[in-house]
Structures are given as structure tokens and as C-alpha cells.
Ligand binder design. Structure first.
Ligand code: NAD
Length: 245
């Protein structure tokens, strides 16, 4: 406890999954958290300030930053499209870049000046193992956007490295979350077997299981805290050995 004492954090997509697990861990470690999501109903039960924030809305992003005055910015919002390059539509491509990448440009642009004024900050961007780390099957649009997140992260880290700002990306393997359960269900419909779909997701994880959201939140907490003070500009992989074989 108290690893984040005295720090203020802004978290996007904190309603469920990794974002929510991270909000809970940040709170438990003593941070003052503003937990945000597009769907406010999902923020219920979190023991911190909450706010409706759609990361595609620049005005809402600026309001959120003004309210949180964050030392820690966790950009967690993202969406997973299914399919290959031949399946992808222009709309899916545009939506994914808007939500998964441009949203981070906007939140960082809004939060960085305050961090610089106060003399430091830690920015954590949600990427994925399915990015420039590994090519995952049927993740063309998604993997492309998550690779872009790594480039964005390195660029921000480089430009502010001497001014107290750190910027890192998190690259998880498969993580149990509400949207993951939806993806398993959708694949199950396609294959005609829920069990087969579950096996397809689990078998690509060499540990024979997917991650719990808390296992990703633990890395976010480390990157948010001063324990990681010498780490910036990196894609931190937490994928149960998926890409490390
Ligand atoms: P999830 O997909 O189950 O939940 C996503 C949350 O984002 C929801 O609370 C939703 O309301 C919110 N959201 C959606 N659009 C939004 C918007 N425009 N503005 C604000 N909030 C919005 O959660 P998850 O599976 O833990 O995924 C969280 C992040 O982690 C995503 O960026 C995802 O790509 C990434 N990720 C997930 C996995 C996985 O296997 N679950 C693996 C690697 C990376």
C-alpha cells in the first residue's frame, strides 16, 4: 500500500476489465483517482471520483484533465476488431485509429502541459502483444493500431525524457475481461462450439490460461509509481510467454 501516495491519476475506460482493475489497485495504493468511462453505469462501486468521458470527445478529454490534474495518465480505452486485411472495412479502420490511437494523442496533448508545470508525470498507454511484438491471427486492424501506440509512446518519451515525463506502453497477451468473453462467444458462434472457441484462445497462451486483469493492473501500478523511475519509452510485455518462445 501507499506506493502511489500523493499522486493523482486519470484513467480512461475504467468501467470494466483492465481499466477497472487498475483503478482499484491505484486507489488501494493511495492515489487520488478520477475514473472515467464512456458508460458511467459501469463506474458504479468504484471508491473514487468518476466522470463520463468518451475519449473520442476532445472537450470531455480537456474537462477530465482539468478535473484530475493528473500526475499519472493511464490511456486504457481500446476496441478489438476481428479479421484479416481482406475482411477489414474502411469504417473499422477509421474507428479503430480514432479510438485506439487518436484518443491517446488527445489525452496526452491535454495532460502534458500540467505535468510539465508540476515537474513530472507518468503516461501509460495500452498497447497489446498483438502489435509490432507479434502478429496475432485475425487482428489486422487491431494489431496495426496497437503497433501505432508503441510508436506514439516512444515519440512522447523521447521528446520529454529530460523534463521528468515518462511514457510507457503495456502489451498484454489475452486477458479475461467482459469484451474478451464477447469475443469468445462470437468465435464460438462461428465455429459452432463455445468450448472450441475457448480452447483457441487459451491454447495460444503457453501457460495454458489467460491473464487476470489484476495481473496487468500490477504492471500499470509499477509504471505509475516511482519504482519505475528509470523506465521510459518501452513496450512492456506481460503476455504469459506468448511472444517469448
Ligand atoms: P473491455 O474491452 O472489456 O472494456 C472496455 C471499456 O472501454 C468499457 O468499459 C467501455 O465502456 C470503455 N470504452 C469503450 N469505448 C470508449 C470510449 N470511446 N471512451 C471511453 N471509454 C470507452 O476491457 P479490456 O478487455 O480490459 O480492454 C482494455 C484495454 O486493454 C483495451 O485497450 C484493449 O485493447 C487492451 N487489451 C486487452 C486485452 C484482452 O485480452 N482483454 C489484451 C491486450 C490489450
Amino acid at each position: 500500500t501507499n506506493r502511489l501516495e500523493g499522486k493523482r491519476a486519470l484513467i480512461t475506460a475504467a468501467g470494466q476489465g483492465i481499466g477497472r482493475a487498475t483503478a482499484e489497485m491505484f486507489i488501494a495504493e493511495g492515489a487520488e483517482v478520477l475514473a472515467t468511462d464512456r458508460d458511467t453505469g459501469l463506474l458504479e462501486g468504484l471508491d473514487c471520483e468518476t466522470m463520463r468521458l468518451d475519449v473520442r470527445d476532445d472537450t470531455a478529454v480537456r474537462e477530465g484533465v482539468a478535473r484530475a490534474r493528473p500526475d499519472i495518465l493511464f490511456n486504457c480505452a481500446g476496441f478489438v476488431h476481428h479479421g484479416t486485411v481482406l475482411d477489414a472495412t474502411d469504417d473499422e479502420w477509421d474507428f479503430a485509429f480514432e479510438l485506439n490511437v487518436a484518443s491517446m494523442f488527445r489525452t496526452i496533448r491535454a495532460a502534458l502541459p500540467g505535468m510539465l508545470e508540476r515537474g513530472g508525470g507518468s503516461i501509460i498507454n495500452m498497447s497489446s502483444a498483438a502489435s509490432s511484438i507479434i502478429g496475432a491471427p485475425d487482428r489486422f486492424v487491431y494489431g496495426t493500431t496497437k503497433a501505432a501506440v508503441i510508436g506514439l509512446t516512444k515519440s512522447v518519451a523521447r521528446d520529454y525524457i529530460a523534463r521528468g515525463i515518462r511514457c510507457n506502453a503495456i502489451c498484454p497477451g489475452t486477458v479475461e475481461s467482459p469484451s474478451w468473453h464477447d469475443r469468445v462467444a462470437a468465435l464460438g458462434e462461428k465455429l459452432g462450439s463455445h468450448e472450441e472457441a475457448l480452447q483457441a484462445f487459451v491454447s495460444r497462451q503457453p501457460m495454458g490460461r489467460v491473464a487476470r486483469a489484476e495481473e496487468i493492473a500490477a504492471l500499470a501500478t509499477y509504471l505509475a509509481s516511482d519504482e519505475s523511475a528509470f523506465t521510459t519509452g518501452h513496450a512492456h510485455v506481460v503476455d504469459g510467454g506468448w511472444s517469448g518462445q
